[in-house]
Write a protein that binds this ligand. Structure first.
Ligand code: ZN
Length: 257
């Protein structure tokens, strides 16, 4: 789907006012930006960390209730840093670049020709007919501050012309998962999410969006709740997945570890 010229012009104007930055190193993006989304210095690292194909292997995660799980990158190096800066460092503008990278890496969208433009012409063969995009809700919501998944969902909704819905909420009292074992995470996540009362996703194919997929516990628990609310199919997509890097993608220092 082509973006109308006036919309492209408006986005370019916005890029003048709020210059786009490389999400991997924070450098201002100029005319030499690669695919309109990151700087030439980061090109090798971007390629190294790409999750190809984007579909996540079941063997590395514990999925249920999901029809598939997709990620643009491995959670490592510059990608890890970009996500952490976006989440914690208050650089929400990275979310736009990261969502654009998801569109290109996961669904084969044609990359933007210049910073400030959108990726376009998603090959519809790769983009199943999702009827809505749902972000994974933040664990500790901060009033007025959308989490990274919400920002990613918003941008992907804009790119794909799919409405974003927020039926999921975190159940109060559930604990953050960082320090838990895999089994504990699975159990904890199962009780951590609910759909809002009255949420109706009847007959919908849902694209669930998260920033990182670790065990798959969170995505699976959310998917189960979406199915309970009537969804017929849930796919999760994330910027990155924590998996062991394939040998050929490791740097020489990582190889010798
Ligand atoms: Zn860079």
């Amino acid at each position: 789907m082509r973006v109308p010229d006036w919309q492209q012009a408006a986005e370019q104007a916005a890029a003048w006012v709020y210059p786009r930055r490389c999400p991997f190193c924070d450098r201002l993006l100029g005319p030499d930006a690669v695919q309109g989304g990151f700087c030439p210095d980061c090109a090798a690292e971007e390629k190294r960390l790409a999750h190809e194909p984007p579909r996540l292997p079941e063997t590395e995660h514990s999925f249920y209730a999901l029809s598939q799980a997709l990620a643009a990158y491995y959670y490592d190096g510059a990608v890890r840093q970009a996500i952490l800066l976006c989440k914690r460092g208050g650089r929400p503008w990275y979310a736009r670049e990261l969502a654009d990278r998801m569109a290109v890496r996961i669904w084969g969208a044609e990359a933007a020709p210049r910073p400030g433009l959108r990726p376009q012409d998603v090959l519809f063969a790769h983009l199943p007919a999702y009827q809505c995009i749902v972000p994974v809700p933040p664990h500790q919501p901060m009033p007025g501050v959308p989490g990274l998944p919400a920002l990613l969902a918003r941008r992907l909704g804009l790119l794909f012309h799919i409405p974003v819905e927020t039926p999921l909420q975190t159940v109060r009292g559930s604990s953050p998962q960082k320090s838990m074992s895999r089994a504990e995470r699975m159990q904890n996540a199962k009780n951590a999410y609910r759909c809002r009362p009255g949420a109706d996703l009847s007959g919908k194919r849902v694209l669930l969006v998260d920033d990182i997929i670790t065990t798959g516990a969170t995505a699976s628990a959310c998917a189960l709740e979406l199915l309970k609310a009537g969804a017929v199919d849930v796919t999760v997509a994330a910027v990155a997945a924590t998996e062991e890097l394939p040998k050929e993608k490791r740097t020489s220092t990582e190889k010798s570890k």
